[in-house]
Design a protein around this ligand. Structure first.
Ligand code: HEC
Length: 615
């Protein structure tokens, strides 16, 4: 085996002098890794992701190489790191390195095996081939909505060749967990998978033009200035569903499968975890009687799902499986749990100015409101789409209870798929109105916070998911199965939509978006393509930021005081994620788009003195 380190060539005394200067500038750190990346022909490799990682749990930081192949990671503590350099079309370069280090010259080797290059592509590129198999747009939409909300589609785990009986087993399991397909769609699924992911046809199509400049081009200059931090949080059976940035600067994340709240201090890297009391509920919580299977090694009794910070600094979370809300006091580090009076599966929550908690209740088609001042719940029944839906929803508590005796949801699951409306995203407008989406119903709605009157509006696109207001009261909505974002103006009741830039169209499934209200920049989860996507409404421009870990399924976004973007790697099951553990991710976009052209064509395009190209 070739010694990986031998591809590093260290520079002359000039480089040493530079490293010395860096050390002197900040005595507390070991300096920074920097250097140049070139290919076998000595040409710079532009836009390669350079990651330094260490520790257990692992902490990593990633930058991109610039137009001359030059990179510089942030200052790090001295010691040993794993370095990885990655770009689609080249082999991953890995080595162990110690700081302080001299500037590096790294040679990246071209990947010449088409199957290996195809395997480097994000899931959405493969999923595009799958979508081509489905002629009927209604069936296509159903598959996307029902089969992409726990894990990516098109990732490696999906592409394993399987016989009919294996697919049958998988589809029964998926249906029991909630991924229910109508019988017509379900019958065709095995053939679609086999046809789409047959390497004989898929690899040549995905790698067409491989080795040329237009194949998998590097990210543009405004993306390449980003710095991405990752912290492994939780174990191999964890699921970091949502996170929130606390005014203290700490980041809190809920592990839905392990009933745990995590706290990360990004300054020190310290991680604390707080178990959420199980309330005496069985595994699976209040839904356990419905016989839904849990992912392997789950320890979910209350199932924390979504979380927000209240005006008093406390943290509230929906306990989806426990039909409860939890409040965590960061001072005393204690919990208080509030049991709902009605409704099944509290989902996403937002908190209004007076501290009242508003939340969607997904399974039973309600909205909830909890007032901590009076310790009281209000539950609002939302309109259903059809009479059958309305009837099922009214009978739902009894059905769940009966399931204990009749094993609802085992063999029967998936036979007569009835899709429920599923209230989903929720946000509070600057004027205090509460808006929400009904995912499967393709509607958004408004609740009057005083009268609790409800109004529903059809969306001109499918599957509105986690929506957010900007500072001016415009509502931004991701279309999960339609691969777009929309802006809704509550004053004129009009929608405007923009398809996401990922190709092929429709292969991206934006789970959530959030608006940085200081600039009204919209950030979108590139859930199926391992990316975060920025949209600037003024220029209507998208920028796509690739993330370093494959199968980075993301569900929620928040911002810190410095305008950095936080999300978590939340694929369920965890084993499908590259390296098998979830991560919390911070993206520093560097500079607002549109301000960089001058800088990049200037000094940064040339490597600083002391960094010499490998020759
Ligand atoms: C409610 C969450 C959820 C939904 C929705 C869902 N899945 Fe899954 N999927 C899982 C989990 C959890 C696993 C891992 C199961 C395990 O490890 O035992 C999984 C695993 C898989 C696997 C890999 C199986 C293996 O063992 O290698 C495939 C393929 C798959 N899902 C396809 C689908 C399809 C097709 C749909 C739509 C019908 C779907 N999934 C919907 C949660 C879900």
């Amino acid at each position: 085996m070739r010694d990986e380190l031998s591809t590093f060539r260290f520079t002359d005394s000039c480089g040493l002098a530079l490293a010395g200067l860096l050390l002197a500038a900040s005595a507390a750190t070991g300096g920074a890794f920097e250097g140049r990346i070139v290919d076998d022909d000595q040409a710079p490799v532009v836009g390669a992701m350079v990651t330094a990682e260490r520790g257990s749990p692992a902490r990593g930081v990633t930058v991109f190489s610039d137009a001359s192949g030059y990179f510089r990671l942030p200052e790090l503590d001295s010691g040993h790191f794993e370095l990885r350099v990655r770009r689609i079309g080249w082999r991953d370069h890995r080595s162990g390195l110690t700081l302080p280090a001299e500037p590096l010259a790294i040679v990246l080797e071209r990947e010449t095996d088409p199957a290996a290059v195809a395997a480097q592509l994000p899931a959405n590129r493969w999923f595009g081939l799958f979508l081509e198999q489905i002629d009927d747009p209604v069936e296509r939409e159903e598959f996307v909505r029902q089969c992409t909300y726990c894990h990516q589609q098109g990732s490696l785990a999906m592409r394993v060749p399987r016989e009919d009986w294996q697919w049958e087993k998988i589809l029964v399991l998926m249906a029991r967990m909630g991924g229910v397909l109508s019988p017509e769609v379900r019958a065709q699924v095995p053939d679609w998978f086999r046809a789409a992911y047959d390497p004989e046809t898929a690899v040549p199509r995905l790698t067409h033009g491989m080795g040329t400049a237009t194949f998998a081009p590097p990210p543009p200059p405004d993306v390449r200035v980003a710095v991405i931090d990752e912290w492994v949080l939780g174990g191999r059976s964890s699921m970091q569903h949502d996170l929130v940035v606390h005014p203290s600067g700490h980041v809190y994340s809920v592990d839905m499968m392990q009933d745990t709240l995590f706290r990360l201090d990004p300054q020190t890297g310290a991680i604390a975890s707080f178990e959420i009391p199980d309330q005496g509920l069985p595994l699976g919580g209040e839904l356990a009687t419905a016989g839904s299977p849990m992912p392997p090694n789950a320890n979910a009794h209350v199932g924390p799902h979504s979380l927000q910070v209240a005006p008093d600094g406390s943290i509230w979370t929906t306990l989806a499986l426990g039909n409860r809300l939890g409040r965590f006091d960061p001072e005393s580090e204690t919990w208080s749990i509030h049991r709902m009076t009605e409704g099944i599966y509290p989902h996403t929550l937002r908190i209004d100015e007076s501290g009242r908690i508003w939340f969607t209740i997904a399974v039973s088609n309600h909205l909830g409101r909890f007032d901590p001042a009076s310790n009281s719940f209000d539950t609002i029944r939302l309109p259903a789409g059809t009479w059958t839906q309305a009837l099922v929803l009214r009978l739902l508590p009894a059905m769940l209870w009966m399931a204990e005796y009749f094993e609802l949801g085992s063999d029967a699951a998936g036979e007569g798929a009835l899709s429920l409306p599923v209230p989903y995203g929720i946000d509070i407008a600057p004027d205090g109105d509460v808006w929400f989406s009904q995912l499967n119903q393709h509607k958004i709605g408004r609740v009057d916070p005083d009268t609790l009157e409800v109004e529903l509006i059809d969306t001109p696109f499918t599957a509105p998911r986690r929506l957010r207001f900007d500072s001016t009261g415009q509502l931004w909505i991701p279309g999960f199965s339609s691969g777009l974002i929309a802006r809704f103006d509550p004053a004129t009741r009009t929608f405007q939509t923009w398809p996401l830039p990922q190709r092929p169209r429709g292969s991206e499934t934006p789970y959530a978006l959030h608006v940085d209200r200081r600039t009204d920049t919209v950030w979108i989860c590139g859930t199926n393509s391992d990316t975060l996507i920025r949209f600037e409404p003024q220029t209507e421009r998208f920028s796509v930021f690739p993330l370093p870990t494959r199968v980075t399924y993301t569900r929620e976004i928040d911002f810190d005081a410095a305008g950095r973007v936080w999300t978590s790697n939340s694929n369920l099951p965890t084993w499908q994620i590259e390296r098998g553990q979830p991560r919390v991710i911070r993206l520093d976009p560097g500079a607002p788009a549109g301000t960089l052209t001058g800088i990049l064509t200037g000094s940064l395009a040339e490597p600083p003195a002391g960094v010499v190209a490998a020759r």
